[in-house]
Design a protein. Structure first.
Length: 307
């Protein structure tokens, strides 16, 4: 994959972003872009997409970075795909989101060879060509949420400051992911803003910084609503007047840790129970016959400790 982009603000200044404003969808995606030519059905390209849809969600969900790229097929009919999930997403939710993304992508951009589609917790891109260059990037944006109260004169400044601060933290983070919040507690104006910014894992801190700076500085939002989000293939940010992300970093690993702790704890408790039972048998020889009957019934059977 050619990642030699973002080599200075002079290049960024020459970028023309084609921006699409989208509305919420009942199926969950908040924005999408159709691209490329058309393919027929049945065709080899369609088969390649079906293979990607069967394997890529699991590959992303099992990746420590929740990010994966994949290419399937020969050079003539090859399909390239890139998918990622937000850094605080559980593995099961990640896989579910991307599985749905493949279905929605083929529904909203029927028989198109290229599409990028965005959800709250995941994003998916596939195409017949690799085109991750500044001049090819397009952004999607959405403004929503309650209207900005007219008396909140400091809202725009608070929002801009918070977005810039979180974007800077995201580019400095090894995970290319950061969150933040900022509140206003005045009699006439009371709110708390929450922001998340992230970049594609694998790009440099400088590339992430330039991508987010360009994304947040490009005009396009109405400035009349308290919520907004914007994304390209390489980076994204989101601002809301409510908390929409998990506080715990690396949340998709915590569930596994708890499962291990519970199983280990259960094994220890079982061992203690068996030791106490043997001690009881030693003190009460008459109970040995009963124990032998129980163990005889256990032979060849599996005991389910956790259902």
């Amino acid at each position: 994959m050619d990642m030699q982009m973002y080599r200075g603000h002079a290049v960024v200044a020459a970028l023309v972003l084609l921006t699409t404003v989208t509305a919420a969808s009942p199926t969950g995606y908040w924005g999408y872009l159709c691209d490329g030519g058309n393919y027929s059905a049945p065709s080899k390209y369609q088969q390649n997409l079906e293979q990607l849809s069967a394997t890529l969600p699991e590959a992303v969900a099992s990746s420590p970075s929740l990010f994966h790229t994949q290419a399937v097929g020969s050079s003539q009919d090859r399909a390239y795909a890139l998918a990622r999930c937000r850094g605080d997403t559980e593995a099961d939710d990640c896989k579910r989101c991307l599985t749905q993304a493949f279905k929605d992508a083929r529904a909203v951009c029927t028989f198109r060879k290229g599409i990028s589609i965005y959800y709250d917790t995941c994003s998916l891109w596939f195409a017949e060509k690799i085109k991750i260059h500044l001049g090819d990037l397009q952004s999607v944006l959405r403004a929503d949420g309650p209207p900005i109260p007219t008396q909140c004169k400091a809202f725009q400044n608070d929002a801009s400051t918070l977005i810039a601060d979180v974007a800077r933290k995201a580019s400095d983070s090894s995970q290319r992911h950061a969150t933040g919040e900022k509140g206003c507690d005045e009699r006439a104006c009371n709110y708390t803003l929450y922001t998340l910014a992230d970049c594609l894992p694998g790009i440099s801190a400088a590339q992430c910084q330039v991508c987010l700076e360009d994304l947040t500085s490009t005009p396009g939002l109405s400035g009349r609503q308290m919520g907004e989000r914007k994304a390209t293939l390489l980076c994204s940010y989101r601002l809301e007047p409510y908390q929409f992300f998990r506080d715990t970093k690396g949340g998709h690993t915590n569930k596994t840790l708890w499962i291990v702790v519970v199983i280990a704890g259960g094994a220890v408790l079982l061992a203690i129970a068996l030791l106490l039972w043997w001690w009881f048998l030693a003190k009460h020889p008459s109970a040995i016959d009963s124990f032998n009957k129980i163990t005889t019934n256990w032979q060849g059977k599996t005991i389910a400790l956790f259902l």
